[in-house]
Design a protein around this ligand. Structure first.
Ligand code: ZN
Length: 362
């Protein structure tokens, strides 16, 4: 009897939701991504405010359409899962799932879905880990955008014309989670010496590192960028924080304070001096990274540098190390840094640093 009442009240709730969603239908939600404006730092300055993503179709806010009226047994599953009934004849191979970990946005494209479909077939799931849900359609297909509270790996499967999306914390799937950041990018070149941009050297090193790390599938490595694009400082550090990264490495190159060319050269690593002495923390990881990079490159060891004033160091919850591989203001080192041969050596040094850190228990 009690069960029956519960079912009836669930039905009533369903009807009520349907009525309230009719009201929601009349206006469309425009997402506002409120980014924390990072403070200016000597190494990384934030030139532009966060660029809003272009949105060329009307999206419907789906948070109220989320059907979370479920039994307690289901609740636990739906915390990390989303379910949706698919239109007849749509199979797994027709569904496209993209996971933009930098913005924690999962985009799902499903054919044969028009805007009204969502009202008859609400998504089932809990809003616990969802910051935003947008539903839309274009070219006769449905577009679902889910913004998650953390970085998750997404696994999609179709069973009996239902789509199941699992959101899995990367630490549950991989031995280690590592975030690699190529400093600057896009409109921010970093240091510029003799028409050579720091952002390009940083990326060159990171892409060499990626080649090596691709051979370690037991580690999940997230890259803040693998091309010449602008990435906000906040997005960079949040990728590390919200993926519970074991290690966070930012790759940069140096110039003298005046910016004038000189003979001064060498490698240094910035760490968070406010967390000095922390076991398996920023200082220890920075020390390892410095030693291994210097050993691999044969560069001068300039030691560790206090970096708490740097936004991504100060706000990182993961053990962070910001490598300044070499000086672009040194003719000799600039030529080296600009060669793929030397970039490989830097990458090899970083890799050895990661290996040693993992061996030490990071
Ligand atoms: Zn830099």
């Amino acid at each position: 009897m009690e069960d029956k009442i519960r079912k009836l009240s669930a039905l009533a709730m369903g009807l009520l939701m349907l009525l309230t969603t009719a009201a929601v239908l009349t206006f469309f939600d425009v997402r506002a991504w409120s980014d924390v404006e990072p403070e200016r730092a000597q190494e990384q300055t934030e030139a532009e405010p966060e660029q809003e993503q272009e949105q060329d179709m009307d999206m419907l806010s789906g948070m109220k359409l989320l059907d979370s009226d479920v039994s307690t047994e289901e609740q636990e599953i739906l915390e990390h899962q989303m379910q949706m009934e698919l239109p007849a004849g749509v199979g797994q191979e027709q569904i496209r799932v993209e996971n933009d970990v930098l913005h924690r946005r999962v985009t799902i494209n499903i054919p044969r879905i028009a805007q009204d479909y969502y009202f008859d077939h609400p998504l089932r799931g809990s809003s616990t880990h969802i910051d935003d849900l947008q539903l839309g359609s274009e070219y006769g297909g449905g577009v679902i955008e889910i913004t998650l509270d953390k970085v998750y790996e997404v696994e999609a499967k179709v069973e009996d014309s239902w789509l199941y999306l699992d959101f899995i914390p990367p630490r549950e799937l991989y031995e280690k989670v590592i975030v690699v950041d190529a400093g600057h990018g896009g409109s921010e070149p970093g240091a510029v010496k003799q028409d050579i941009y720091e952002k390009d050297i940083n990326l060159g090193i990171v892409l060499e590192l990626k080649k090596i790390l691709d051979g370690r599938p037991e580690w999940k490595v997230y890259y803040t960028r693998t091309e010449d694009v602008h990435v906000s400082l906040n997005d960079r550090v949040q990728l590390a924080n919200l993926s519970d990264a074991n290690l966070f490495i930012s790759v940069h190159n140096n110039s003298t304070r005046t910016g004038e060319m000189s003979d001064f050269s060498g490698t240094e690593v910035m760490y968070d001096e406010e967390k000095a002495g922390e076991e398996l923390g920023s200082e220890r990881f920075s020390t390892i990274l410095l030693e291994e990079t210097v050993a691999s490159c044969g560069s001068r060891n300039l030691g560790l540098l206090a970096g708490h004033s740097i936004y991504i160091i100060r706000t990182s919850q993961a053990p962070v190390a910001l490598l300044e591989a070499g000086f672009m203001t040194s003719h000799t080192e600039l030529n080296l840094l600009n060669s793929s041969d030397y970039q490989q050596k830097v990458a090899q040094g970083i890799y050895q640093g990661i290996v040693r850190a993992v061996e030490e228990g990071f």
